[in-house]
Write a protein of this length. Structure first.
Length: 74
């Protein structure tokens, strides 16, 4: 967590941005089954963890990078 003890972005916000980036900005379709939802939820949590490490980290850049890694692994 950041110095203030409050997350800079919630898990719901991270997941929403992640899905928007993948589906809208990247134009990728997803078939969401239980495993896919679990993977995306895990990515959102990783994003929160990374974003919380430093005030200098830009949230959307972290989420976009993690989204790219996820899509490249598919």
């Amino acid at each position: 967590m950041s110095a203030g003890g409050k997350e800079r972005i919630s898990k719901a916000e991270a997941l929403g941005f992640l899905l928007t980036h993948i589906i809208v900005e990247r134009g990728t379709s997803l078939e969401l089954d239980q495993l896919g939802l679990f993977e995306l939820n895990s990515i959102a949590q990783r994003a929160i963890d990374e974003i919380s490490e430093s005030e200098n980290i830009i949230p959307h850049e972290v989420i976009e990078r993690l989204a790219s890694e996820y899509l490249d692994s598919k």
